[in-house]
Design a protein around this ligand. Structure first.
Ligand code: AVI
Length: 321
C-alpha cells in the first residue's frame, strides 16, 4: 500500500471516529492542507493575531544569546524544529549561530508545503544541512532520535505556541517525548502565548476579515475533497470561545440547521442538529509560571524567559537536566 493511501486511511479513520463522538470533534492537525497552510500564513499577518510578530521580535533580539547557551559547538549543532511553518523563525535563529559552525537541521512537520517553504528559506545558510521529516510530531521525533542520542549540542524548537494546540496531558507527553533522546545540557526553546483579555483573544481567533473562519471551514472543504463528502460549507458558522476555566480558546464549526452529511469514501452518514458544533481546535494560553512548571514536569529547567509585553507572549529557554 502506498504511503499516500496510508495517510488517507488514517485521515478517514480519525474523521469517522471524531464525528461519531459526542460532542463532535475534528483534529486540529488536519487544518493544514495546502490551502489551510496558506490561510494560516495569512492569519499570522493579521493585526489581531500577534503571536508570530511577537515571537519574531524576541527571536531577533535574543538569537545570539540562545546560540551562546549551547554547551559546546565544536562538533556542530543539531537543531530540531517541530512545526516549522514558513521557516521565518528558524532563519531568525540561524542568524545567531556563527557561519563557521556546522548545523544539522531536522524539520518535523505534517505539511510538505511547510517543509518545502522552510527548506527554501534557509537555503542561503551555507553552514546548514537540512533533513525533512514529513510526519506528525510523535512519529517525527522517533525518526530524529538516532541523530540526537549522546549529542549535547542540540537545540529543539517548539515555537509559535504550537504547544497550545495540545491538551495538558498531551502537552506533557510531547515534552517528555522531546526530552527522551536528549543528553543532559541539550536545550529546548518554547514559544507560548500568555493569558490576556478575552476581547483580545476573541479578535485573534475570530478576526474581522474572516480569515480564521475560512481556515476553520476549509477543514470541511478538505473532507469533501479527500473523503468524497457533501458538507455544505455555508451551513456552518465559525465560532471562537474563550473557556476561562480550561484557559483555552476553542474553535468550533456550528451547524446553522438540522441536516445530514454523507462521507462516501468513509461510508458514513452524520446527522447535525441546529446549533450543534464540531470542536476543531483548542489553543491553550499560559501564565509565565505555567510554562516553567510544564517544562520542569517534562524533565527540563528554565534558563531564561523573555516576555513580549505588547502581545503578552513568552519565549522560554530550557535545559535538559
Ligand atoms: C498553530 N497554532 C499555534 C495556531 C494557534 O494560535 O492555535 C493555529 C491557529 N488557529 C487559529 N488561528 C491560529
Amino acid at each position: 500500500m502506498s504511503s499516500d493511501q496510508t495517510v488517507l486511511d488514517t485521515f478517514a479513520a480519525d474523521v469517522v471516529r471524531d464525528l461519531c463522538r459526542q460532542p463532535k470533534q475534528l483534529q486540529a492537525r488536519y487544518l493544514y492542507d495546502a490551502l489551510g497552510s496558506s490561510l494560516f500564513d495569512a492569519i499570522c499577518r493579521l493585526p489581531w493575531y500577534r503571536i508570530t510578530r511577537a515571537e519574531a521580535r524576541l527571536l531577533r533580539g535574543h538569537a545570539r544569546e540562545i546560540a551562546n547557551a549551547l554547551p559546546s559547538r565544536d562538533g556542530g549543532v543539531a537543531l530540531v524544529e517541530l512545526g516549522c511553518g514558513n521557516g521565518e523563525k528558524l532563519a531568525a535563529l540561524l542568524e545567531g549561530i556563527p557561519q563557521n559552525v556546522p548545523v544539522d537541521v531536522h524539520l518535523i512537520d505534517i505539511s510538505t508545503d511547510a517543509l518545502q517553504a522552510t527548506g527554501a528559506r534557509i537555503a542561503r545558510f551555507e553552514n546548514v544541512r537540512t533533513t525533512s521529516h514529513p510526519a506528525a510530531y510523535d512519529e517525527g521525533l522517533r525518526s530524529v532520535q538516532p541523530f540526537l542520542q549522546h549529542r549535547p549540542c542540540t537545540l529543539t524548537l517548539l515555537l509559535g505556541s504550537n504547544i497550545g494546540n495540545f491538551d495538558p496531558p498531551a502537552a506533557q507527553a510531547l515534552l517528555r517525548a522531546i526530552r527522551a533522546p536528549l543528553a543532559n545540557g541539550a536545550l529546548l526553546l518554547l514559544g507560548a502565548d500568555l493569558v490576556k483579555s478575552e476581547a483580545d483573544l476573541l479578535l485573534a481567533y475570530d478576526d474581522p476579515l474572516g480569515v480564521t473562519a475560512a481556515f476553520n471551514k476549509n477543514l470541511l472543504v478538505r473532507i469533501n475533497r479527500e473523503l468524497d463528502a457533501d458538507f455544505d460549507v455555508t451551513a456552518f458558522d465559525h465560532r471562537a470561545v474563550w473557556n476561562a476555566r480550561e484557559q483555552r480558546v476553542e474553535m468550533h464549526l456550528v451547524s446553522r440547521r438540522t441536516h445530514r452529511v454523507r462521507l462516501a469514501a468513509a461510508d458514513l452518514s452524520v446527522q447535525f442538529a441546529e446549533g450543534e458544533s464540531i470542536w476543531t481546535e483548542s489553543s491553550y494560553k499560559y501564565t509565565p509560571l505555567d510554562i516553567g512548571r510544564m517544562g520542569t514536569d517534562g524533565g527540563f529547567r528554565v534558563i531564561r524567559q523573555w516576555i513580549d509585553e505588547e502581545a503578552q507572549f513568552a519565549l522560554t529557554l530550557f535545559v535538559a537536566n
